[in-house]
Design a protein around this ligand. Structure first.
Ligand code: PLP
Length: 391
C-alpha cells in the first residue's frame, strides 16, 4: 500500500528524535528536566471548567450550529477583539475552529493555489511551512537578523515579494522567538503591503502574554489599509491554559471567513458545542486569571533570560511575550564538538539530562528553544545542569 505523495512529502518533526529519547530516559527512571512544553503549566481556571460542565448539563451536546461557531461565542469573540485589540468585527467576520492550528490550515487551504508563494520569517512556528506545502503553496523563507530580534524589516519584505506572493505570515508574540513587534515595526511592513493584493495572516495566539509596558497592537490595526487584508488568528489555548480544549478562532474579510467555514463544514463540523459555550464564558468572564498567569510568566521570563545570558557561549534576547526563550548557542558548538542544534540538544539530554527543542525545527540551527511553562524550581535545576555541562 502506498501513501499519498502529499503525506510522503510531509516533514517529520526534527524534534521527534530528541523528545522520543527524553521520554525513553524518563521511562528508564532518569530525572530529566524538560524545557519542551508548548503549553501553560497551569490548569484551566475553575470558572471556565465549571462553564463547560454547565454547558453539558444544559444539553449543548449536539452539532454546533452554525458551522462558523455558536452565536454566543462569536459575539464573545467580537467583544474580545474590541476590548483587547480595538478591532471592530461582526459575528459574520468570525469563525470558530478546532484549535488555532486548524484555523490556520483552513485559511491556507481557502487561499492557496498550486505555486502561490507564502512568505514566512524565520524562526517560525513549526506547522506553517508544512501546512503551506500540504495546500500546494510554496514556502518563501526570509531570515531576519537576530541582532534585530529576528524581526522582519520593510526592506527584507520588499526583497521577498514576487508576482506569486499571496500570503505573509506574521506571529507576534513569537513562538519560538519570544519577541514581539512594536506598532511602528508593524506599520513599516504594512506600508510595503498597502497597495498590494496580499493577505497577512497575523497569528496572535499569545497576545495576552506580554511582558513589556508597550501595549500589544494587532496587525489589522496598524494601518488603515490592513484591516481588509488581514486575517487575525487566536485561540483560548494559551490565554486560558486550555490547549486540550481545541478551540481557536479567526476573524477577517468576509469572503475568506466564508471560505474557511465552507471547508470546515466538510472537514470537522467545528469544535465541540459545549466547549464553544465554555469558551464564551472564558472570553466574557473575569480576566483576572489571565493577569495572574501573565505575572508569573513575566517573572520566569526575566529570571530565565538572566540565567541563560550568564552561560558561556550563550546569548539570549529578552523574551517580551509568549513563554519561550530562544538563545543562540552557536558559541558553544566548537568547544562541545557539535555541528548544530540537534547535536547540541542531544548532548545536553544525554550528559546533563536536560531536554531542549533544537532550533532547526523552527528554521534556525544556531538556537534552541526553552519553554518557561514549568516551575521556577525546574527552571533553576535545569539551568544549573546546563551551567555545569557548558563550563
Ligand atoms: N500558532 C502558534 C504560534 C502556536 O504556538 C500554536 C501552539 O503551539 C498554535 C498556533 C496553535 O494553537 P492551538 O493549540 O490552539 O492549535
Amino acid at each position: 500500500m502506498e501513501l499519498s505523495q502529499r503525506v510522503q512529502a510531509l516533514q517529520e518533526s526534527a524534534t521527534l528524535a530528541v523528545s522520543g529519547r527524553a521520554k525513553q530516559l524518563k521511562a528508564d527512571g532518569v530525572d530529566v528536566v524538560s524545557f519542551g512544553a508548548g503549553e501553560p503549566d497551569f490548569d484551566t481556571p475553575a470558572h471556565i471548567r465549571q462553564a463547560c460542565k454547565d454547558a453539558l448539563d444544559a444539553g449543548h451536546t449536539r452539532y454546533a450550529t452554525p458551522v462558523a461557531g455558536v452565536n454566543p461565542l462569536r459575539e464573545a469573540i467580537c467583544g474580545k477583539f474590541k476590548r483587547d485589540n480595538d478591532l471592530d468585527y461582526t459575528p459574520d467576520q468570525v469563525v470558530v475552529t478546532v484549535g488555532g492550528k486548524h484555523g490556520l490550515y483552513l485559511a491556507f487551504e481557502a487561499l492557496l493555489n498550486p505555486g502561490d508563494e507564502v512568505i514566512i520569517p524565520v524562526p517560525y512556528w513549526v506547522s506553517y511551512p508544512e501546512q503551506v506545502k500540504l495546500c500546494g503553496g510554496k514556502v518563501v523563507e526570509v531570515r531576519p537578523d537576530e541582532s534585530r530580534d529576528f524581526k522582519l524589516t520593510a526592506d527584507e519584505l520588499s526583497a521577498a515579494l514576487t508576482d506569486r506572493t499571496k500570503i505573509l505570515v506574521l506571529n507576534s508574540p513569537s513562538n519560538p522567538g519570544g519577541f514581539t513587534y512594536s506598532a511602528a515595526e508593524q506599520r513599516a511592513l504594512a506600508e510595503v503591503l498597502a497597495d498590494r493584493d496580499i493577505v497577512v495572516f497575523s497569528d496572535e495566539m499569545y497576545d495576552r502574554l506580554i511582558y513589556t509596558d508597550e501595549p500589544f497592537v494587532s496587525f489589522a490595526n496598524v494601518h488603515e489599509a490592513m484591516y481588509d487584508k488581514t486575517v487575525t488568528f487566536n485561540a483560548i489555548s494559551k490565554t486560558y491554559a486550555a490547549t486540550g480544549w481545541r478551540c481557536g478562532y479567526a476573524a477577517g474579510p468576509q469572503p475568506i471567513i466564508k471560505g474557511i467555514t465552507k471547508l470546515q463544514s466538510q472537514e470537522t463540523s467545528g469544535t465541540a458545542t459545549f466547549i464553544q459555550h465554555a469558551a464564551a464564558a472564558a472570553l466574557n468572564g473575569d480576566q483576572g486569571c489571565v493577569a495572574e498567569m501573565r505575572a508569573e510568566f513575566k517573572r520566569r521570563a526575566e529570571h530565565m533570560h538572566a540565567r541563560l545570558n550568564a552561560l558561556p557561549g550563550v546569548r539570549c534576547l529578552q523574551p517580551t511575550g509568549a513563554f519561550y526563550a530562544f538563545p543562540n548557542v552557536a558559541g558553544t558548538y566548537a568547544r562541545l564538538g557539535v555541528s548544530g542544534s540537534v547535536e547540541f540538544a542531544t548532548k545536553m539530554l544525554e550528559e546533563a539530562h536536560v531536554a531542549l527543542v533544537p532550533g532547526i525545527a523552527f528554521g534556525s540551527d544556531e538556537n534552541v528553544r526553552l519553554s518557561f511553562a514549568t516551575s521556577t524550581e525546574q527552571i533553576d535545576k535545569g539551568l544549573d545542569r546546563l551551567a555545569d555541562a557548558l563550563k
